[in-house]
Write a protein that binds this ligand. Structure first.
Ligand SMILES: Cc1cc2nc3c(=O)[nH]c(=O)nc-3n(C[C@H](O)[C@H](O)[C@H](O)COP(=O)(O)OP(=O)(O)OC[C@H]3O[C@@H](n4cnc5c(N)ncnc54)[C@H](O)[C@@H]3O)c2cc1C
Length: 520
């Protein structure tokens, strides 16, 4: 006979990020006794770092603001960009549940969203001009009271040690704050920080509960309706990153708690894993100072490059610098696969910009970055090349060719500035606002690495977020969402808000399935 439970709930949610808290709210409102286990001493995971644009097509907010957003259009767009028929069932479930989820959440006065222009990442059928993203409305800290201390700090504070005052919470901070506020009003839900999930408990092949730690003590927690794994990916697990991706965990944007615990636990029960090589790729700016063990540098997401050009170790450009970040990541990976010098990338711009011409998580401290060799400045391109260890003639030729493109407004090599997304961050005038000449010394070079906004491979799930075994059959009582799963968008990052949007929708669908009483 198995040991008795120390506690019993209807639903146990593993991970208190965007997907997990959405699911817990849904379960609590349905009257299901719900426990959220969060490994960190704060909630939010990577969602708390995010801008929290949400790709939830066809909802009532985009219906008024976005030009032509629709469920069928979004499906066509996913078909054109992701294009994997095996994922179509889940994609339909995702897109056709998005409006229902937004309507459901906004019935609660604590949860509010606004349309936010941010173009989809591909020029493909079904794309909507200016995108179809919504973001949580900002929320004053006073409205959250003590709950604000339970929201993971911003990336600038958490990773880069910057002093960030949180009088008002924005983006992912606001999403997590709002969800915590809504949950705090539901008696049925307990959200428990500093309570790492350890393993799944089964009976007759059915998941019936979990083991978790609390104050260092292990407890067995029963889950009558099901367990939802919403614990992020394996971003910060150096061994898994090496084994599954051949990559270093060091440049991830994820908090250190993201070590793939839930994926490993499900795999130990025979869950099928897929897409492990995939990531929501991003360019990261490198800063002095270690956030994790390893090299003396750390890094954080940087977006919206409106000046300069990128070169690899050959001193040459290799892609359109204004590409959406995940597509830039894929270009870098393509270089690696072709055996070409890929990383680090040097981002070269001139002195017309008083600081890095983009939107970093935090402004780099130029003096500290110069001292650490992460930023170089020189009066000539040849001198800059010497400092970077790049072939001077090639770098000079690259900059001269780029400047000739800036003069004509046409990037003959990589078509920078031709897409709506490119121009979104470069609204200026001139023949092509994305092509700003590099001709005002001193010249600057800043180091970039390939980061991620999450790994996106993991357990394979069905349209109701049920975890499937190797034979494709659901493992009873076990559900998963977000970066714990093999993403419904495969290897592709189709548009802003897909990571959190998909995590929220499948967390919601999992609970709806559990609430219907049909576990497994
Ligand atoms: C700077 C930045 C900007 C971004 N902007 C956007 C954006 O605008 N839109 C978008 O969609 N995406 C964005 N992303 C990506 C997005 O934030 C993540 O991919 C997404 O939040 C993942 O959500 P999730 O629900 O899978 O998990 P998370 O929200 O990351 O939560 C997982 C949680 O599980 C916990 N956990 C892990 N292991 C355990 C365990 N053993 N026991 C208990 N708990 C555990 C973690 O501590 C964490 O709190 C951004 C990311 C970054 C870094």
């Amino acid at each position: 006979m198995s040991a008795p439970w120390d506690e019993t709930y209807d639903v146990v949610v593993v991970g208190g990020g965007g997907g997990g808290l959405t699911a817990a709210y849904t379960a609590g409102l349905a009257g299901l006794r719900t426990l959220v286990l969060e490994k960190a001493d704060v909630f939010g995971g990577m969602t708390a770092y995010a801008g929290a644009c949400l790709w939830l097509p066809g909802n009532h907010i985009t219906a008024q603001a976005a030009d032509g957003d629709s469920v069928e259009g979004a499906l066509a767009y996913l078909r054109a960009t992701v294009g994997d028929p095996a994922l179509e069932d889940r994609q339909r479930a995702y897109v056709s549940t998005s409006a229902e989820l937004v309507e459901f959440l906004t019935r609660d006065p604590a949860i509010r969203f606004t349309y936010t222009p941010f173009p989809d990442y591909y020029d493909a059928p079904g794309r909507v001009p200016n995108g179809r993203g919504i973001t949580p409305q900002k929320v004053p800290a006073t409205e959250l009271g003590d709950l604000v201390d339970l929201v993971r700090p911003t990336q600038a504070a958490d990773r880069l040690g910057r002093a960030v005052r949180r009088r008002t919470l924005h983006g992912g901070q606001a999403l997590i704050g709002r969800l915590l506020l809504a949950i705090s009003r539901l008696e049925a839900v307990e959200a428990r920080p500093a309570a790492p999930f350890e393993s799944l408990v089964t009976s007759d092949g059915q998941v019936t509960g979990v083991t978790a730690l609390r104050g260092g003590q292990r407890s067995r927690i029963g889950a009558r309706r099901g367990v939802l794994l919403a614990a992020g990916g394996f971003e910060a697990n150096a061994g898994l990153r090496r084994a599954w991706q051949g990559r270093d965990a060091h440049w991830t944007n994820a908090p250190a708690t993201h070590t793939g615990d839930a994926i490993l636990a499900a795999a130990s029960l025979g869950a099928r894993l897929a897409g492990l090589e995939n990531g929501w790729w991003a360019t990261n700016l490198v800063y002095p100072g270690a956030a994790h063990p390893g090299p003396a540098e750390t890094s954080a997401f940087v977006v919206g490059f409106r000046g300069g050009l990128f070169v690899n170790g050959t001193g040459r450009r290799f892609a359109n610098e204004s590409l959406p970040y995940a597509r830039m990541g894929m270009e870098i990976i393509a270089l690696e696969r072709a055996g070409q010098p890929a990383l680090p990338i040097w981002w070269i711009f001139d002195d017309r910009f008083p600081t890095v011409p983009a939107i970093p998580a935090a402004e780099p401290d130029r003096a500290a970055a110069l001292a650490a060799g992460l930023w170089h400045s020189a009066q000539t391109i040849e001198e800059l090349a010497a400092r970077l260890g790049l072939p001077a003639r090639d770098l000079a030729a690259t900059v001269a060719r780029f400047n000739s493109f800036a003069a004509t407004g046409t990037d003959e090599d990589f078509h920078r500035g031709e897409d709506e997304y490119d121009r979104f961050f470069s609204p200026g005038a001139g023949p092509n606002p994305c092509l700003v000449p590099v001709d005002q010394p001193p010249y600057h070079a800043v180091r970039l690495e390939l980061g991620d906004l999450g790994t996106k491979g993991g357990v394979v799930t069905d349209a109701d977020a049920r975890v499937l075994d190797e034979a494709g059959a659901p493992i009873g009582g076990l559900y998963a969402t977000g970066n714990t799963t093999a993403s419904v968008t495969g290897a592709v990052y189709p548009g802003p808000g897909a990571p959190i949007g998909t995590s929220m929708v499948f967390g919601y669908r999992a609970v709806r399935h559990m609430a219907a009483g049909a576990t497994g």
